[in-house]
Design a protein around this ligand. Structure first.
Ligand code: PLP
Length: 378
């Protein structure tokens, strides 16, 4: 391989794992600054970190270790398997909570690993309590209540029975109670206040316990939503916590993907599957090594763009499984070549930009970014 040619390439050179089709760069310092910013906004409430789905695709282990170093002691995942994988990466004074609670049969393993399930129903509480009894130890838990999202959590008609069960449950130690907001990214939504009001009624029924309701958006709804603990996810990773206003968070990821091939085609050339695009003039094209299998939604077909040195290179035709084709006529001839990296996420294009072009939300873009890229933590 001719290294000197690689060295002369424009845009960004590959940062170490030479020869990968793309590089996902995670800025752990920016992550830590986002954590500090959220923790400051939420204080005196404590600030947890939601690191489910491999920390929204960025690497749960690296993210959790970094945030632990910045004082975070509460980590939320969605599934028990995620908690088991994360547990050895964190010191024992960090708690790991499983938002979905446990599937029957995992209780003993969960208790033995010191992982805390979020109990979402009377049934889950009974399983957990029985595990405590058989291990003869008091098992820590969190209870989530449904305050109007109808997704997870103890429904209103189970509250009384749950309160009674908790009274009798000598093998349960309730750490705090929580709920989840359905519309926290919309400051105008009346549902926020309705859910908070429902949570205060619940707090009166379960007095003396700390409360946790705010996700990223909830932190920006005001002090009333902070309670004892907040649990942001997307905002840590640079996603906008609130729709329709300037994103106060710092970008944490950039994604640079390599050029596989370039070509010049005449007017009337058909580009990509289904002849989805037909050129109207002579056009220079580059094929880029990322497709829907790498997390670029097929809905970006004919929409959106990649960037090179600040130049917008529109996606033309259909997104393929392993590649996209972009119009590079805006660039001087020869600037893009085999191996050159172009920007998909970075200073020219935010997560929100790509999500908007794809007709989705930043969460889906972030969690979809595939495993075929090289990963670099800076
Ligand atoms: C995913 C999740 C969060 C984090 O939400 P963000 O909007 O990413 O901040 C918090 N709480 C629960 C219950 C969740 O499922």
């Amino acid at each position: 391989m001719d290294i000197t040619i690689l060295d002369r390439q424009p845009c960004h050179r590959s940062p170490g794992t030479e020869g990968m089709p793309g590089y996902l760069t995670v800025d752990l310092a920016a992550l830590a600054r986002n954590y500090e910013k959220l923790a400051t906004a939420a204080a005196p409430a404590r600030t947890a970190a939601v690191v489910k789905a491999d920390a929204y695709g960025l690497g749960a282990e690296q993210v959790a270790m970094k945030l632990y170093a910045h004082g975070c002691r509460h980590f939320f995942v969605a599934q028990f398997g995620e908690a088991l994988r994360l547990r050895p990466c964190l010191p024992l004074d960090a708690d790991i909570f499983v938002l979905n609670g446990l599937q029957p049969g995992n209780e003993r393993a969960c208790a033995q690993a010191g992982i805390v399930p979020v109990v979402n129903s009377l049934e889950q509480l009974q399983h957990w309590s029985r595990a405590g009894q058989s291990l003869n130890s008091r098992l820590r838990t969190v209870v989530q209540f449904d305050t109007g999202m109808s997704r997870l959590g103890v429904p209103p008609n189970e509250r009384l029975a749950l309160a009674e069960a908790l009274q009798d449950a000598g093998f349960i130690e309730l750490l705090f109670i929580m709920s989840h907001l359905a519309c926290a990214d919309d400051v105008e939504s009346a549902q926020n206040n309705a859910q908070l009001a429902e949570m205060s009624r619940i707090a009166a029924e379960f007095p003396g316990f700390d409360i946790c309701v705010a996700n990223s958006g909830g932190i920006f709804l005001g002090d009333a939503y902070h309670c004892a603990l907040v649990r942001p996810g997307i905002a840590l990773y640079g996603g906008a916590p609130t729709a329709g206003i300037q994103n106060p968070m710092e970008a944490v990821v950039r994604l640079d993907v390599a050029v596989v091939q370039t070509r010049s085609v005449p007017a009337g050339a058909s580009v990509g599957y289904s002849g989805g695009h037909v050129t109207t003039a002579e056009t220079r094209l580059a094929t880029i090594a990322a497709g829907y299998a790498d997390g670029l939604p097929r809905s970006l077909s004919g929409k959106g763009a990649v960037y090179c040195d600040g130049n917008r290179l529109p996606i033309v035709g259909c997104v393929s499984m392993d590649s996209i084709t972009v119009d590079i006529s805006a660039l001087p001839e020869g600037q893009l070549r085999l191996g050159t990296l172009v920007e998909i996420l970075g200073p020219n294009q935010t997560l929100e930009d790509v999500a908007r072009d794809a007709g989705t939300i930043s969460y889906e873009i972030l969690t979809g970014l595939g495993s075929r890229y090289g990963r670099r933590y800076v």
